[in-house]
Ligand binder design. Sequence first.
Ligand code: PEP
Ligand code: MN
Length: 350
Amino acid sequence: MVVVMQEGASAEAVDRAVARLEVMGFAVHRSIGANRTILGVVGTDVKGDPRLVETLEGVQEVVHISEPYKLASRAFRPSGTIIIVGDVRIGGDEVIVMAGPCSAESDEQVHATAGAVKRAGAKVLRGGAFKPRSSPYAFQGLGEDGLRMLRDGADAHNLKLVSEVMDASQIEVVGRYADIFQVGARNMQNFSLLRELGRARKPVLLKRGISATIEEWLLSAEYVLGGGNMDVILCERGIRTFETYTRNTLDISAIPIVKKLSHLPIFVDPSHGTGRRDKVAPMARAAVAAGADGLIIEVHVDPDRALSDGAQTMFPSQFDRLMAELRIIAPAIGRSICVEPVVRRGWGVQ
Ligand code: PEP
Ligand code: MN
């Protein structure tokens, strides 16, 4: 359930209500808003009459959440979650773009790609060092060497870094280099990994599993939130359907659905969502128009020679053009994109 405290309820009254709820056996998660505090209250082994909660001092209202996920529910934070990563605000008015190679391959490749995406207006460098590949014979990533390349590339171009963690044993090393943990589609239901990330102090970008329903995806987010890490970004990256023309079927309708059901920011990955370079820009435009809080896009300075996912990876010039188009689309729905001036080749100064 969600316990909405009265506007202006004192900190002591909130503390007393929390203490009482904990004695009853509930786990309590606070969401402190501008005017009032909302408590996300969950518990399976509760002592006493739960109706007593309504009578606690300072409590305005108790909302029972019928969905199986509670902390991910919109009711817990009706105004939406904003995740702060240094000077980057995820989930606010600005549409945030993460871009970079599928995998880190070399210092040169990472640096050149990071520079190109930064000039186009990306705020976060993406890149994998631990790669979840369908085939054990495919390139598996450079591990810690790759993470170092990515961190250097991000720092050289004043970008934040998102990188995938495949297993709980990698959290420590990935956390030393990356600003945001990525959980891949294949790991969306790796519950021990999700629980461990609940204890981490960095945001988690949680991709939707290839055959996961939206409810299953939100329940996976709940594992991270339940551990106390409230900074989860959901990422729609396409699901498996009967259609074979594209690598996956990008579920654009998931954007408004997630916006309604949850307070968590929703991103879209049109690269894995389509698997084809020429389809990335149209789907990225559609995602922003549908209300996505951000995008994560594969870009490489020489995608035809990329060690992974080259066919779906954009050339920097294509990415540049897409960003210019998004600067026209975002304001039409009351959003901005890359607000500070960016000096770019060919497109002049914005
Ligand atoms: C990736 O981002 O490179 C990746 C492997 O994504 P997904 O988990 O969505 O397949
Ligand atoms: Mn990839």
